[in-house]
Design a protein around this ligand. Structure first.
Ligand SMILES: [Zn+2]
Length: 376
């Protein structure tokens, strides 16, 4: 953890806890400059009419199929609101897919149920084999890298893409959006979806074989699925001027949906990881990215963000209860888990990885306009 005072951007609240951040002569960070350059002008062009036109094309192309599209549902506000938009505003027939990694809060599953039942949709749940999930997560904890949510994130996106391809569903909808995710968490904090790293860490620290764990490498996703099989990944929330607070109000009113304390706090492991593990062990607070995204999309002011970030990510008592619960579920004691967390920090550089290739691929994606967010 850095001992020097952090240098904070004068426009958002990102700071030098991201070792790669850079500032211009006005003290504005590269996230803000990249957002202004690449995202604001483009997002203004997209609007509701484009979304409705897109729905017409999708309906026509899927008319002989049972579903028009598939929606990856986490139960969080983004994917919940997405489901409502797709069914009620776009008039599509989506299949809802939820990858159950074993860490959802009950309130999350209840929220999913409320939406799916009210909108009369089919829900497919892929339950990740718990022994494999547990083994991979324990391996990651022992590896001491900051990216402790890579096992869950990978299972969720691989489960969704693999299912869509296996079942001939071409249109994949996700709740990803620039309003709450325009500032991408820094590379050093979250890294990328690198199957080589996942496999190497698992080989070093794992005990089980990953037989059914959903896996999908970047090449399979980008080349085979998208270019050869024609899979299209669409982010409708970028077309509607997504406003999180308004979305929560609407969801509560229409479905009795219950809000969570923070973004991604619908999942116990993620809540502990983002609220305790990352800030305590590495000095990385992902709320800085979320609040900065909301500043850039004019949902909150910088002053409000500074107030919000000055509070603890989440209650220490809940953090310690979560730690106890997580340790128990992983089959170790709380002391063992705390002892693992105390070991020396490492990064992807300490393991086999595809960083240089993936970095090139992402830079290429930015160059051709597929990826618009900042990446160094
Ligand atoms: Zn900034």
């Amino acid at each position: 953890m850095t001992k020097q005072p952090l240098k904070v951007c004068t426009n958002c609240i990102m700071d030098s806890s991201d070792p790669d951040i850079s500032f211009d002569e006005n003290g504005v960070c590269d996230f803000c400059n990249s957002y202004k350059r690449n995202i604001s002008p483009n997002s203004d062009k997209k609007n509701y009419d484009d979304l409705i036109n897109m729905a017409t094309v999708i309906k026509e192309k899927s008319k002989n199929k049972k579903y028009d599209c598939i929606i990856g549902m986490s139960g969080g506000v983004d994917s919940s609101y997405l489901t409502y938009i797709v069914k009620e505003k776009m008039g599509l027939r989506p299949l809802i897919l939820m990858v159950d990694t074993g860490w959802n809060l009950n309130v999350t599953n209840e929220n999913v149920k409320k939406i799916v039942e009210t909108l009369k949709l089919d829900l497919k749940v892929i339950k990740v084999d718990w022994e494999e999930m547990k083994d991979l997560q324990l391996s990651f904890l022992k590896s001491q890298v900051p990216y402790q949510d890579l096992p869950q994130d990978h299972a969720i996106f691989a489960g969704l893409y693999n299912y869509a391809i296996e079942n001939g569903i071409k249109y994949v909808f996700t709740g990803a959006n620039f309003s709450t995710e325009g500032v991408k968490p820094p590379h050093e904090w979250t890294y990328v979806n690198d199957i080589k790293l996942i496999k190497d860490i698992h080989k070093k620290y794992g005990k089980e074989t990953l037989k059914t764990f959903p896996l999908c490498g970047m090449l399979r996703n980008r080349i085979y699925y998208r270019m050869i099989k024609g899979m299209k990944v669409i982010h409708p929330l970028n077309f509607i001027g997504f406003d999180k607070e308004k979305a929560i109000e609407e969801l509560s009113e229409k479905f009795g949906w219950v809000r969570y304390e923070n973004k991604h706090y619908e999942n116990i492991f993620t809540r502990f990881y983002e609220g305790y593990y990352l800030p305590e062990k590495f000095g990385y607070d992902k709320r800085k990215c979320y609040f900065s995204s909301e500043i850039l999309s004019n949902q909150i002011t910088r002053e409000e963000a500074i107030d919000l970030i000055s509070t603890q990510p989440y209650d220490r008592e809940i953090a310690m209860n979560d730690l106890e619960y997580i340790a128990k579920r992983l089959g170790i004691s709380s002391d063992e888990l705390l002892n693992i967390i105390k070991q020396e920090n490492k990064t992807f550089r300490d393991y086999k990885n595809s960083n240089s290739i993936l970095k090139l691929a992402i830079k290429f994606a930015m160059f051709v306009g597929v990826e618009k967010r900042n990446f160094r």
